[in-house]
Design a protein. Structure first.
Length: 131
């Protein structure tokens, strides 16, 4: 509260005017400060509300991202299983390929040996047919 001290002995009318003026100033200042504080408070609540909406939106986006990550992880897990199965099939195919290549090598060796025998046995054929 605003206090002003006057001397009634010097001027009673002035004391009365100063008292009324002091009361009016106090009331006006209190009202203005109250309105300003209320305005700032309401503005602050509006800002808080807007920021909470942004936070809620961000939380929703985060939840969507986590769901996408979860789905991607499930897909990755399934793909890893398929890759493992495919690697097993590839290994089995390589084993068969190696066995087939060994058979081919053996067969080529037998063919070469047989052709050598055939050559040796037919080497005299041209001269034998002339007589």
């Amino acid at each position: 509260m605003l206090n002003v001290t006057t001397n009634d002995a010097n001027n009673y009318l002035l004391s009365t005017i100063v008292d009324k003026l002091t009361t009016a100033v106090h009331t006006t200042v209190a009202k203005e400060v109250g309105e300003e504080t209320a305005t700032q408070l309401l503005t602050g609540f509006g800002t808080i509300h807007a920021q909470m909406l942004k936070a809620a939106d961000g939380a929703g986006q985060l939840a969507d991202g986590v769901a996408t990550l979860r789905d991607g992880t499930v897909t990755l897990h399934a793909g890893t299983g398929e890759l493992s199965a495919g690697a097993g099939e590839l290994y089995a195919g390589q084993v068969k390929l190696r066995a087939g290549a060994n058979q081919l090598t053996d067969g080529a060796g037998q063919l070469s040996s047989g052709l050598s025998v055939l050559k040796d046995k037919t080497a005299t054929l041209p001269t034998d047919t002339q007589t």
